[in-house]
Design a protein around this ligand. Sequence first.
Ligand SMILES: Nc1nc2c(ncn2[C@@H]2O[C@H](COP(=O)(O)OP(=O)(O)OP(=O)(O)O)[C@@H](O)[C@H]2O)c(=O)[nH]1
Ligand SMILES: [Mg+2]
Length: 445
Amino acid sequence: MASDVSKDTIYAPATATGVAGVAVVRVSGPGAGAALTALGCKLPPPRLAARARLIDPADGAPLDDALVLWFPGPASFTGEDVAEFHLHGSRAVMTGVLAALSRLPGLRMARPGEFARRAYDAGKLDLAEVEALADLIAAETREQARQALAQLGGVLGAQVEALRETAIKLLAQAEAEIDFPDEGDVPGGAIAAMKAPIEKLAARIASILDDGHRGEILRDGFSVAILGPPNAGKSSLLNRLAKRDAAIVSEIAGTTRDTIEVRLDLKGLPVVLWDTAGLRGIDATDPHHAIEREGMRRARERADQADLKLLVLDAREPSPTGELADLARDALVVLNKADLAPAAKGLAVSALTGAGIETLESKLAAIVAERLGSRDGGAPLVTRARHREALEDAHAALLRARDLDVAELIGEELRACLAALGRIVGRTGVEDVLDVLFGEFCIGK
Ligand SMILES: Nc1nc2c(ncn2[C@@H]2O[C@H](COP(=O)(O)OP(=O)(O)OP(=O)(O)O)[C@@H](O)[C@H]2O)c(=O)[nH]1
Ligand SMILES: [Mg+2]
């Protein structure tokens, strides 16, 4: 067994607490096999479920009639020996099994994320995959789950690995130039010859970054700010789209002050709706309007942050003026209260009756899908700001390297590029440079 005996054996419920048909307890570490036998199970064949009557080792009392699984390391999620108990999902059974495990020597309750941490330490997952695992567990919509699954499949890690390989080769060339500067035919020729491949690598990273932030938007939700004059029915529309009474609605103009946020699953796509205070011209100094002014400030802030502005107008007054006319230029304009203005033209809806809402939902979904859809059919690689920052750092280092003419300095920048790329998958990457350097260049010649 490949387990490291210096490590604790950890255990924890793998399923949410509460009453359920089945609840899973996972054990990982050198004592996992002993935990199975201590609770009265024979070690089942690897990766095959076996039925087992679990008993409390303290007094032999029955704990559950369960299924158990045995994953000897290293072919397991954490790379260690892993045991799983698939229990009846009651609090009493769960409590009994956890208590029995806690009394076994060398076993302790896992800390949050500790199983994934061990998988990462064992090289089973790179950092991007650990993040993808977290995203998959948190996914609320179909498309988020798909993206997380692609990431969990290692798409980003594979790309980064390819970029790193190229950068390592370039660094090896720079190092060779430092050690043996005069071996080329033309002085400085080797350095000049590096410019084009460095530029090409920078361009590859730039094309990965040029993705319209699709991955991050899909992960965080596409934000839609609902804007418009007071009383247009913005909050009513939010409630209608959310299918619940999330925001207060009243006939008093200026009802909404704080921004209200609602998350929606719009045809598999994650959308965050922001309801905002109505925008109108008010006296900027009148203290009676202080709260409304603050509400309007927040509304404008949301308008700037949102991925899409949804401008809601009263269908009886469909021609905005001033600030609202400016907003209308790059907003999706909706005419609400169409029940009161049957002749309204454009995207007419009624938050009151529900008329036109399906059309609006389809329109919204189409806009979101278009913004999140890929130009080349591929899933976006960058799903977190952390990836983007690291790739931007790597890109910047390459551009600096391209403009340098001293091998030592070029080497420095290439190392910075490698370090930035390494951060994505969670490694530093100096040792492998040496391997390539000695492997590719015949030092003793
Ligand atoms: N007839 C009709 N009335 C509506 C419709 N939508 C909203 N209303 C009414 O219009 C009034 C204002 O609705 P709200 O949803 O509070 O409007 P708002 O745009 O959020 O207003 P503020 O928060 O004050 O900016 C309420 O009395 C609603 O019942 C609609 O489609 N048809
Ligand atoms: Mg409102």
